[in-house]
Design a protein around this ligand. Structure first.
Ligand SMILES: *[C@@H]1O[C@H](CO)[C@@H](O)[C@H](O)[C@H]1NC(C)=O
Ligand SMILES: *[C@@H]1O[C@H](CO)[C@@H](O)[C@H](O)[C@H]1NC(C)=O
Ligand SMILES: *[C@@H]1O[C@H](CO)[C@@H](O)[C@H](O)[C@H]1NC(C)=O
Ligand SMILES: *[C@@H]1O[C@H](CO)[C@@H](O)[C@H](O)[C@H]1NC(C)=O
Length: 367
């Protein structure tokens, strides 16, 4: 090889090249570049195709213009989503909106609710009652109007389209609180979301410790995500994990990957807070919650739209009866040991049936 019989000049050139390369590397590292990050980034890129891709503007036309109108002054937006059956007059969207007026001084929060419609008829219904509606342009060859089958291809596709939209919201710099539309709001949930949390999720199982990642089960019918680079990446990984756990829906998959997202020795270290089921309750739990603590109530573990509507209306009725009692009287009653409890929902199954369900069964079954 040339090197062996090369002149001093050639060796000097090699030395110079090596030194310059070394200096360049030092410069890059001092600017925050890391070879490990580069490798991770290229791995990420491979892992994302086809649907873990970053969400770009072209997918969500008009969203960037709508968000500043609906967000709070600290750039937070409440997102819910509806199909035609949920949005038609007298259905869940009306009840959901009504709950903000029945709730404890939370009607102003309605000004920050973005309703994502998944079909044109739902969008039309939404526009009649609500100022901020957004039509999600999902795969139009699917009929999403009824989305009745919880595990149907159309429904599953929809769930992932909604997550993609949420990722886009974060990328645009907005925090969001996602709420299923079969949840009634009674008190301000933001009072219970820690400033430290990247994500705060309601729970199917909760053991009294908001940091207990191991035992708690998330319920992704209601969760808050703060807009940071790490949470954008979290959403991207959540969506990409779809292909690692076939046939899982987004909530089960989130439960599968919660450890890798939050691990102290992981590369993301998302700070996850589980919300107390005593405040963020649902029909899945045995219905023994103290109304004094309630923030929201979710008609989960309930398989028909008619049953959901009936039992949620009853929840609002109980709530109204409770709130006509003067706070001083309530306090006195409590001091005397009385607890204001919710009734067991009449239509959405008996407590025994609900308790028998596995945590990852059709918790959020709809319609
Ligand atoms: C849309 O959905 C139909 C029916 O499930 C499917 O055949 C088609 O491949 C989908 N198109 C896209 C672009 O995903
Ligand atoms: C979609 O499904 C709903 C309910 O099943 C039905 O009323 C509607 O006509 C369907 N729309 C299309 C475009 O097939
Ligand atoms: C987040 O990512 C963007 C784009 O990659 C970058 O410009 C910004 O500095 C990052 N912010 C933080 C806080 O790391
Ligand atoms: C509210 O109170 C009234 C009067 O006691 C009662 O008749 C009604 O059934 C109550 N409503 C609910 C939903 O509990």
């Amino acid at each position: 090889m040339e090197f062996h019989n090369g002149s001093f000049g050639r060796i000097f050139k090699l030395w110079l090249a090596a030194t310059l390369a070394f200096l360049l590397l030092l410069l890059l590292v001092s600017q925050g570049w890391s070879p490990v990050d580069m490798m991770a980034a290229s791995r990420r890129q491979r892992a994302t195709t086809p649907t873990g891709r970053n969400s770009d503007e072209s997918n969500f036309a008009g969203l960037a213009e709508l968000l500043p109108k609906v967000a709070t002054d600290d750039r937070t937006v409440i997102i819910t989503s509806v199909n035609e059956a949920f949005a038609r007059p007298g259905s869940l969207l009306d009840l959901f909106r009504e709950s903000f007026y029945a709730g404890e001084k939370i009607n102003h929060l309605l000004d920050h609710v973005l309703v994502v419609a998944v079909d044109a008829a739902a969008y039309h219904h939404c526009r009649r009652v609500h100022p901020f509606c957004y039509l999600l342009q999902a795969n139009t060859s699917m009929n999403l109007s009824s989305a009745s089958n919880y595990m149907s291809d159309a429904y599953v596709e929809l769930v992932w389209a909604k997550l993609e939209l949420q990722q886009r919201v974060l990328q645009l710099g907005y925090n969001f609180l996602y709420t299923d539309v079969d949840i009634v709001w009674l008190r301000d949930p933001f009072r219970h979301i820690g400033v430290h949390a990247d994500m705060a999720t309601s729970s199917d199982l909760y053991f009294g410790d908001p940091d207990d990642i191991d035992r708690s089960w998330p319920n992704t019918g209601f969760y808050y995500v703060k807009a940071t680079n790490r949470t954008v990446e979290m959403l991207r990984r959540w969506r990409a994990a779809r292909w690692r756990f076939p046939r899982g829906h987004e909530q089960t998959i989130f439960n599968h990957i919660k450890h890798e997202l939050t691990a102290a020795d992981g590369d993301l270290r998302v700070r996850l807070q589980f919300l107390d089921t005593a405040r963020f309750g649902g029909f899945c739990q045995l219905f023994r919650n103290d109304m004094e603590k309630a923030c929201t109530m979710h008609a989960n573990c309930c398989v028909s739209l008619g049953n959901k509507l009936s039992d949620l209306r009853d929840v609002l009725g109980q709530w109204r009866n409770y709130t006509v009692i003067k706070p001083a009287e309530r306090k006195k009653a409590q001091e005397a040991g009385r607890i204001f409890e919710w009734r067991v929902p009449a239509k959405c199954g008996t407590p025994d049936k609900r308790a028998a369900r596995a945590p990852d069964s059709d918790r959020r079954a709809i319609s």
